[in-house]
Design a protein around this ligand. Structure first.
Ligand SMILES: *Cc1c(COP(=O)(O)O)cnc(C)c1O
Length: 354
């Protein structure tokens, strides 16, 4: 049940809007005027409020700093040609946050705080939403432990927040990636499917090493056999082999269930493509490359929608791919972007009007 609660607002005294360079938005550089905040204490959510984006006070024993109970979401809202604002599939992000919360022994966040609170926050700061193609308001909901204790246990106090900020169009250069052979990202029974800071912390050394070698990202392999492909950085991965679009399945809980991934699978199927969610080994990818059947490789995620891969390296074997020939995913990237910008009539009911 979603109750339309009006959340108390403390308005900013002087808007930071004039400081935003809308011609140079980048990503994660600007923050809107307000933030949403709610505290979980004594088993219930209290004091849901919106106030100016500002510092938070905390003491050194803040439990998240020590034991990392922290989870987040990443979403976008777009302004359409008539100036109406839509959030893409916010209920899916809400459900995923609560799946993450369950695995991390954190409390569930009610839908009226997550979805309704998000809508009220965005309505308040809607002047921050850019209107150029592929420009959007990035939305970052997050939940973290706030108990002041060094005791190792699930905390008894948490804070849920939403901050937002305008982001530019994502002109991604096609990526060069290699298969990571030393480190792994996630093992069955672990937290690979959870959107938590710890997964990222553990991946940063690999990313730094990749960059040193002139690569953009690493392709993670399964932690047991080092044979099956999992995902890339903050993106799920797809391979088009012959006329089949293949992406690793989510069954062993090691891969983040991307909402872009889920949306693309549905749209590819509706466009008449064959889509397979299953285990895919690096050997199968190499064989397909050698026989000329590896047609397209791309990552999917909220930030870039679809990001093409132009080089994939495994040990000493380099696969060079022709991104200009990746017409199926290029076409679908445009379709999904148009969809988010409310240009195609919301046939799946994925847009939530603010
Ligand atoms: C967020 C994320 C994705 C992509 O998910 P979307 O919902 O499509 O943005 C993929 N992998 C990881 C590890 C992520 O954190």
């Amino acid at each position: 049940m979603v109750e339309a609660v009006q959340i108390p607002v403390e308005h900013i005294k002087e808007s930071k809007l004039p400081q935003v360079d809308f011609k140079n938005l980048g990503f994660g550089k600007y923050f809107s005027d307000h933030m949403l905040e709610a505290d979980y204490v004594n088993g219930e959510w209290t004091s849901v409020r919106i106030r100016p984006y500002q510092e938070l006070g905390f003491l050194p024993a803040l439990s998240v700093l020590h034991y990392s109970q922290t989870i987040f979401e990443g979403q976008k809202a777009h302004k359409d040609e008539n100036g109406n604002v839509h959030i893409f599939r916010p209920h899916e992000n809400w459900k995923r946050l609560n799946r993450s919360a369950e695995r991390m022994a954190m409390p569930q966040v009610p839908e009226e705080i997550f979805v309704e609170g998000m809508k009220q926050l965005i309505e308040l700061d809607k002047d921050f939403i850019p209107s150029g193609y592929d420009e959007s308001l990035y939305i970052r909901p997050f939940l973290f432990a706030t108990e002041e204790t060094l005791g190792v246990k699930a905390a008894n106090a948490y804070k849920f927040m939403i901050i937002t900020g305008p982001v530019g169009a994502y002109f991604a250069e096609p990526a060069r990636i290699y298969v990571e052979e030393k480190f792994t990202r996630a093992a069955p029974g672990g937290t690979g499917a959870v959107k938590t800071g710890g997964n990222y912390a553990a991946s940063l050394l690999s990313s730094a090493e990749a960059r040193k070698q002139g690569y953009d990202q690493v392709l993670w392999m399964d932690a047991i056999e080092h044979k099956y492909v999992q995902e890339v950085g903050a993106m799920n991965i797809f391979f088009m082999i012959g006329d089949k679009i293949i992406t690793p399945d989510l069954s062993d809980g090691t891969i983040l269930a991307g909402i872009t991934r889920m949306s693309l699978i549905e749209m590819f199927k509706d466009a008449g493509h064959k889509v397979e969610e299953r285990r895919i080994s690096i050997d199968e990818i190499i064989e397909a490359y050698k026989s000329g059947q590896l047609k397209e490789v791309f990552g999917s995620g909220t930030a870039a929608t679809i990001s093409h891969v132009k080089e994939l390296k495994y040990k000493d074997f380099v696969m060079e791919l022709d991104v200009d020939a990746m017409t199926v995913s290029s076409q679908m990237k445009k379709e999904l972007l148009d969809y988010k910008e409310n240009k195609s009539g919301d046939k799946y009911g994925w847009l939530e009007r603010v």
